[in-house]
Design a protein around this ligand. Structure first.
Ligand SMILES: [Mn+2]
Length: 580
């Protein structure tokens, strides 16, 4: 393996991977579109006229919800509960997906005349999923039906206990199902092996939306899905970093349009506190501003604050809650910063950062922020990262991964050999677990071994698995079409699975460059080629700027200037080098 320096992103260049030009067959299939758009469609796996048209047409919630396994039984039992006016509990989760799923289903059920009890577990005291305490509490409140959202698939014992306590359970979840399914009345999960549903990447909020859609199809077929429900579903879909393809694409597009135009009182206050008033709420606004604030309450205290914000009808209450979230978000930022620095110093011991998978633990790491620290480490070091809150007997870990390593599956793979797992669950890129503290060294060894194997077979032994930037097309800056922004926007919303298009232009002339922001970390540039001048911004790139170079090779996105006059276009430069 190369020297340590070569593995650290601060000293290693990002590789630029330009996608291959579309082949003749795809070009002729996509010939109704301008050539640049055809290339972008092809890069997203849309190489036929029908698939491209479906992608660009934004069909709303196109798939039949009853194609989901368990949906028929779920809707039947809900109908019965509504007829009998039973008390229904909606059991969710404390992250944005779980909160918006809970709010969505409660909002959909309440007008139907039943009593709904939302239940958001406490992140630290209760953790993910149903607990025996929660089951007892709900039974004591007279609940007859529990619907789980964004959770439940691995709560076998707790659901059995709910049944014994006289409660039926409907599980809706989008996590990978274990071999032994919970003994619920209905289990609705798009990842079940028998699922005939054409799109498996819905989130917890997306699944709650499909349940609401199925219920409304039976009760009032003409009514359709309330746009407010789509707004809630869009929050969970973006926050859970689900691929913005197929139904997720329409959920996010329609949900954000409604959120921008007529937000609920709570979201309106949150938008104001995020200084996004008057702006179009896009996936970045949710990902960077709204979702972190909604997540903050569960990380530093109880996520109930965010749940109430999502469901309140009172502007006054919304204002109080949004301000509380603002303070909690600041507290969360400070905690993350401290833990991140500590994690990095721990990783320096024995050059642990050279390992193909990072695993670091400390009793001081709050379970509320270990996921955030893992995310930062994974990005910084371009490899999977596991951050652990070390407890006396049991420890809690949060994992974030890179595209080449499925961390959710990895936990299933090592569970038997490591032993001592209380629970674990998750997805390809993000997962979590609770395990006996004494098993941590063994767990680290098993995960690092598995990562090493995966890396070797995918990239060869000398590779670190990243970092790189995928570029959609290389073209001279001067030959960008005049309507490039409009073309690019036809593919929005951007996010996981449908990244914002990036272009590479070589030999661009720098007409002007000046530092920007505190400490001059950022650069404002004027770039010129072929008689055309573009305004450009490069965040955090002042340090590596190749001063004195006559020309630049730049990788960039075309977007509107968020802080400047509305709709003025600029290039956002992601990476640059002296032209060579
Ligand atoms: Mn989720």
């Amino acid at each position: 393996m190369a020297a340590t320096e070569a593995l650290l992103p601060s000293n290693s260049r990002k590789a630029w991977r330009v996608r291959p030009a579309l082949p003749a067959a795809a070009r002729s299939a996509l010939n109704r579109h301008p050539p640049l758009l055809a290339q972008l469609l092809y890069n997203r796996g849309l190489d036929g006229d029908a698939s491209a048209r479906a992608f660009l047409s934004h069909q709303p919630l196109s798939h039949d919800p009853f194609a989901l396994p368990g949906m028929e039984a779920a809707v039947q039992r809900l109908q019965q509960a509504l007829e009998r006016r039973e008390t229904i509990a909606v059991f969710g989760d404390f992250d944005v997906d779980g909160l918006s799923a809970t709010a969505l289903l409660a909002t959909a059920l309440r007008p139907l005349g039943c009593q709904v009890i939302p239940y958001i577990p406490h992140r630290v005291d209760e953790g993910h999923g149903l607990s025996m305490t929660a089951v007892e509490r709900l039974a004591a409140q007279g609940v007859r039906l529990v619907v789980t959202v964004d959770t439940g698939i691995s709560s076998y014992d707790e659901i059995a206990a709910a049944t014994r306590a006289g409660m039926d359970t409907i599980v809706t979840d989008h996590h990978l199902p274990p071999d032994r399914l919970p003994p619920a009345l209905a289990v609705v999960d798009p990842h079940l092996p028998e699922s005939a549903y054409p799109f498996a990447a819905l989130t917890g909020a997306g699944m709650a939306l499909k349940l609401a859609q199925a219920l409304s199809a039976v009760r009032s077929p003409a009514a359709g899905v309330e746009p407010a429900l789509l707004s809630l579903a869009s929050l969970g879909t973006i926050a859970d970093v689900a691929p913005l393809l197929d139904e997720n694409r329409s959920i996010v597009r329609q949900g954000l349009a409604h959120l921008t135009k007529s937000p609920s009182p709570g979201l309106e206050a949150l938008v104001r506190w995020s200084r996004l008033e008057g702006r179009t709420i896009d996936t970045e606004a949710v990902g960077w501003q709204l979702a972190p604030r909604l997540n903050a309450s569960g990380r530093v205290d109880h996520a109930e604050t965010s749940y109430r914000l999502l469901t309140t009808q009172s502007r006054q209450e919304a204002e109080v809650l949004a301000e509380a979230l603002e303070l909690q978000n600041r507290q969360r930022q400070e905690m993350t910063e401290v833990a991140h620095q500590r994690a990095k110093s721990l990783l320096e011991v024995g050059a642990m950062h050279e390992s193909p998978l990072l695993m670091v633990g400390d009793p001081s790491f709050s379970p509320g922020i270990i996921g955030l620290v893992a995310g930062r480490l994974a990005e910084e070091f371009a490899r999977p990262a596991v951050v652990v809150n070390i407890g006396e007997d049991y420890s809690r870990g949060s994992c974030r991964s890179t595209p080449w390593f499925n961390i959710g599956r990895a936990l299933y793979q090592v569970e038997g050999e490591v032993g001592g797992f209380v629970r674990h669950g998750g997805h390809a890129q993000a997962a979590g677990f609770t395990v006996e503290t004494r098993r941590l060294p063994l767990l680290r060894q098993a995960l690092v071994g598995l990562a090493r194997e995966t890396l070797d077979s995918a990239f060869g032994p000398a590779h670190t698995g990243g970092p790189w930037i995928d570029v959609d097309a290389e073209l001279p800056l001067g030959s960008l079409p005049k309507n490039v922004f409009q073309l690019v926007q036809m593919l929005a919303p951007f996010g996981a699975g449908n990244p914002q298009p990036l272009f590479l232009s070589r030999g661009v002339r720098v007409v002007e460059v000046r530092p920007l922001g505190a400490g001059g970390k950022h650069l404002r540039l004027k770039l010129r080629d072929g008689g055309v001048t573009w305004s450009a911004i490069a965040f955090g790139q002042a340090e590596g700027f190749p001063a004195g170079a006559t020309g630049l090779d730049v990788v960039y996105a075309v977007e509107t200037d968020r802080y400047g006059p509305a709709q003025s276009l600029q290039l956002r430069v992601l990476d640059m080098r002296a032209a060579g």
